[in-house]
Structure formats: structure tokens, C-alpha cells
Design a binder for this molecule. Structure first.
Ligand code: SF4
Length: 345
């Protein structure tokens, strides 16, 4: 049975029309779900009994509850059990500009990026829009604060679950939904070219981040299998098309791997690749994990790399490192209970 949290306002309006009711009821339901945060249809006291019974017949209203929460100074990590017994994680980061949640979009991931702990488990299934959204509601309930920023950068490749991810964005962005501004929503992809092109026509001003991680095909193919399918030339062409259509600055994520992609020559190649693009480069010091052989680049090298990019007039930052104490950092999430937080379970 479909969860009510899966529906966009438009879908809910269509539903009400289909059962002979007025479509404004969709907004009433949204207000119960996202404003008043009810747990059952029976609590929707401005609905007729017959409508409540029909809603009960057609939808579930179950929420996600974290089965484990781990808290570090500025990071909380949440483990959720889904209705079919699978597990996903979300990470909350407390920034000075607000609260940001990194949500998962799939259970496991088929992209197989070599440096990524999160992707070691093959995709079990896509998450529904409701399951993505309910990660946010559960975290808000835990911290008693509204989340201001959402990044779809946890476990999974969002563009491998395109319809549900874009539906999820519509719901969280809706003023009667979670009302999270589109500028505060970021989708991160490993570079699925046809979906980047499709996303260029998605009429919401959300941010796009590309997991680039290498400035040439040979290196990228070595660490990201997706690069064999979509060469850099094709990827960069798609990004330019995306930019020309949306006029939105693109973020490039670049994980700094010691002696793999962090040579000064790589930095110069990166500048050449990004020349003339309105973009922003985010250098991410690698979070080492016991199962993967890659090491974090040395601090000096990260700074030298940064300097080269900056001198080429490309906006660049080094991502602040946090969350690694609780394995909540980028690429460290897992999606199998037996591998999650072994010390707790
Ligand atoms: S980095 Fe992202 S796309 Fe790559 S394997 Fe990990 S979760 Fe999947």
C-alpha cells in the first residue's frame, strides 16, 4: 500500500478528484502531515468520516523511527529500519548557517566507486519518495528543530532513482510540505549523463553537484566504474548544456586520495577541464575506512592542490572534516545492519 507521504500535492489533488471530493482537501491533508505532524488519519479532524475511511483504505501513514542514533559534537547519525527489514542511514550536520541533512536515496548502490564504503553493498532497492522524506521528519522530531538544508548524497545514486528523487524534491520544496527552499536542496550524482540532461529541464532551482574525483578519463575509470560508460567529454558537455539551460552554478566534488588523484599535475588538469565554467570545487579530504586501501591526501598536498585551483580563479573550498569519529563522514555510510555500528549491535 502506498504511503501518504509519497504523494505530491498534485497527486493528492488528483486522488481527491478521483474519489469525488474537492481538490483543496490535498492542502488540508498536507497541513496535517507536515504542519501538525499527525500519526494517524483519525487525527485529521476537519475531514469527513467517509473521507478518513477512504484514506485508510488507500494509503498507509507509517513513519520511520530511528533504531540507532549516534551523536558527535556537530554530527548525528541515524539508522532506520525500513518496512521490509532493510536499513538506511542519514546524517545530520549542525552548521553555523543551519541544520543540514544528508539523506540516502537507495539501499546499497550499484555505482561501485572504489573509495566508497557506502557503495560496497550492491543496490537492494530504490527508496520511495516517502522513505526519503521520512528520514527528514524523524530527524526533525529527534532534534526538535526544522532542517534547513537537504543534500541527497548519502547511500545511493539519486539519478538511478530519478522519478522518486524528483518527486521527493517537489514535496519537501512545497510551501505546504516541508517548505525547504530549492536553493537549500542539493542533488549529487556520480555523473549519469542522460539524467543530468533530463534534470536540466526539472523546473526547480535546486543545486547540482557532480562527483568528479579525477581530471582525466584514465584516472576516473580507475576509481569510478561509471566513468567507463560516460567519458569526461560527454559528461562535461552534459554539464555545459545543464548550465546553459538553468544558469545555475555547478559544484564539483573532488575526494583527495593520497598518491591517486592528488598530484599537482592533476590540479592543473582539473583547472583546464573546468576552464570557463561557472562552478565551485569542493575538495574533500578522504575519510579512511578499514575496508578500503585508499589513504587521505597529506595536508600539505591538499593545500598545494587548493592553491593551484584558486590561482586559476576557480572558486574552491576544502570541506571541513567532521563526523569521522562516528563513521558518518562522506562515503562511510553502510546499508547492512551487520556492518553498521558493530560496537552497538
Ligand atoms: S560515492 Fe555515491 S555513487 Fe559512488 S558508490 Fe558511493 S554511494 Fe554510490
Amino acid at each position: 500500500m502506498r504511503n501518504i507521504y509519497d504523494l505530491t500535492v498534485e497527486e493528492l489533488e488528483e486522488y481527491f478528484l478521483s474519489i469525488g471530493e474537492k481538490k483543496f482537501k490535498a492542502i488540508q491533508v498536507y497541513s496535517w502531515l507536515y504542519d501538525k505532524r499527525v500519526d494517524s488519519f483519525d487525527q485529521m479532524t476537519d475531514m469527513k468520516k467517509t473521507v478518513i475511511e477512504k484514506l485508510k483504505e488507500d494509503f498507509s501513514i507509517s513513519k520511520l523511527k530511528p533504531v540507532k542514533i549516534e551523536k558527535d559534537e556537530l554530527v548525528n547519525k541515524y539508522l532506520f529500519e525500513l518496512s521490509d527489514g532493510l536499513y538506511v542511514e542519514s546524517v545530520l550536520m549542525l552548521h553555523d548557517y543551519g541544520t543540514s541533512i544528508c539523506i540516502s536515496s537507495q539501499v546499497g548502490c550499484n555505482m561501485g566507486c572504489k573509495f566508497c564504503e557506502s557503495g560496497r553493498l550492491k543496490k537492494q532497492r530504490d527508496l520511495t519518495s516517502a522513505e526519503m522524506l521520512l528520514q527528514i521528519l524523524a530527524v526533525e522530531e529527534d532534534i526538535k528543530t526544522r532542517i534547513s538544508h537537504v543534500v541527497i548524497m548519502g547511500i545511493g545514486e539519486p539519478f538511478d532513482n530519478y522519478e522518486r528523487v524528483t518527486n521527493f524534491i517537489k514535496i519537501i520544496n512545497h510551501p505546504k510540505g516541508l517548505s525547504i527552499g530549492s536553493r537549500h536542496i542539493t542533488v549529487s550524482t556520480s555523473g549519469i549523463v542522460p539524467k543530468i540532461l533530463e534534470f536540466a529541464d526539472f523546473p526547480y532551482q535546486v543545486n547540482l553537484a557532480i562527483s568528479l574525483h579525477a581530471p582525466n578519463d584514465q584516472l576516473r575509470e580507475q576509481i569510478m566504474p561509471i566513468a567507463k560508460k560516460y567519458k569526461l567529454k560527454e559528461l562535461m558537455d552534459a554539464i555545459k548544456t545543464y548550465y546553459n539551460k538553468t544558469n545555475r552554478r555547478i559544484t564539483f566534488e573532488y575526494i583527495m586520495l593520497d598518491n591517486v588523484n592528488d598530484s599537482l599535475e592533476n590540479a592543473r588538469e582539473l583547472c583546464e577541464l573546468l576552464k570557463g565554467l561557472n562552478c565551485y570545487v569542493n575538495l574533500i579530504p578522504y575519510n579512511e575506512t578499514e575496508n578500503i586501501q585508499y589513504k587521505r591526501s597529506k595536508n600539505n598536498r591538499i593545500l598545494e592542490f587548493y592553491d593551484i585551483i584558486k590561482k586559476n580563479n576557480i572558486v574552491v573550498t576544502i570541506r571541513r572534516e567532521f563526523g569521522s569519529n562516528i563513521s558518518a563522514a562522506c562515503g562511510q555510510l553502510r546499508s547492512k545492519k551487520e556492518n553498521l555500528w558493530k560496537h552497538f549491535i
